[in-house]
Ligand binder design. Structure first.
Ligand SMILES: Nc1ncnc2c1ncn2[C@@H]1O[C@H](COP(=O)(O)OP(=O)(O)OP(=O)(O)O)[C@@H](O)[C@H]1O
Ligand SMILES: [Mg+2]
Length: 288
């Protein structure tokens, strides 16, 4: 993404891999929509797993996706940066736009999409390489080799890991604790300066202290990034997010199970005054 002379953000060029310029960008309106899903349907082969999801993702906010297991949260999350492309038989229809641009449109390079919209997974998945090389990985494959050491340091600082690893950058990433590995994966994701971070249950394998650490970090990161997080932990959604999407699953007339969006609202309203009975049942523990 580039910044033009007036200091405002230019539309993201998906076909290019130019590093993003962030400094000097005009302050965004709080409610600017970065990503929008419109009537998104997702199939795995013949199974119509997710049906008719529409929601906006606002800039510099944390959007949470909650709901019972199997309702399609991970599937929807993966559709936002074309990770479903990597699953044989997965098919996304409807529209997913990034700054108004259809990310499934002709000529759009999925690798460039993932440069702008990064992802952190449930289970920390560092490569069997050094701490430094893990963070440098995306920079190297994207040709962002200038000031490599500086960029790595910045990413590790951004992920609140620098102080713990700065004297051991050559050490294997696999020797870090689970919470440190997850922060390393966040550092690896932010090293290439994406605009959006997708996180699929990033704390589910962590203890409460490491979880609190990651939540704190999300609160820091959201100043610079737009975050979408899937979580099973409703308290976490309520604590960290600005907006929440509640999904559920149902069985259609043919007996096929599918996931759908029940309600999307400001987090505070969704948890205090949901407009749908199914949301109320879920958040009060009567379901799921
Ligand atoms: N790779 C895949 N191939 C085939 N079907 C899949 C695949 N991934 C998910 N599904 C199906 O899509 C539906 C939604 O799954 P998904 O993993 O998105 O749910 P989820 O809400 O993330 O669940 P959980 O909370 O357990 O992680 C399920 O019926 C699941 O079996
Ligand atoms: Mg999931």
């Amino acid at each position: 993404m580039s910044v033009n002379e007036t200091g405002t953000r230019a539309k993201a060029p998906f076909t290019g891999i130019a590093p993003q310029a962030r400094a000097g960008a005009a302050a965004p309106a709080a409610t600017e929509t970065v990503i929008e899903l419109k009537g998104v349907d997702i199939h795995y082969g013949k199974a119509h797993a997710v049906r008719g999801v529409s929601l906006p993702v606002a800039r510099n906010q944390i959007t949470a996706m909650i709901g019972p297991s199997g309702c399609g949260k991970s599937t929807v999350l993966r559709s936002i940066n074309r990770m479903n492309d990597l699953i044989p038989g997965a098919r996304v229809t409807g529209e997913v736009t990034y700054h108004g641009q259809d990310i499934y449109g002709p000529g759009v390079d999925p690798i460039a999409v993932r440069r702008h919209i990064g992802m952190v997974f449930q289970k920390a998945n560092p490569f069997p390489k050094s701490i430094f090389d893990n963070v440098a990985y995306g920079l190297r494959i994207n040709g962002m080799k200038d000031d490599l050491a500086d960029r790595v340091e910045r990413a590790l600082r951004g992920a609140a890991l620098w102080d713990e690893v700065k004297d051991n950058l050559k050490k294997s990433a696999l020797a870090l604790s689970g919470g440190q590995q997850q922060r390393l994966c966040i550092a690896r994701a932010i090293a290439v300066q994406p605009e959006v971070l997708l996180m699929d249950e990033p704390c589910s394998a962590l203890d409460p202290i490491a979880t609190a650490r990651i939540e704190e970090l999300m609160n820091e990161l959201v100043r610079e990034y737009t975050i979408v997080i899937v979580t099973h932990n409703m308290q976490q959604a309520a604590r960290v997010s600005d907006a929440t999407a509640f999904y559920s699953a149902a069985i259609d007339d043919a007996g096929e199970r599918y996931g759908f969006l029940v309600e999307f609202d400001e987090t505070q309203r969704l948890f205090s005054n949901p407009s749908d009975k199914r949301t109320e049942d879920y958040i009060t523990g009567r379901f799921g």
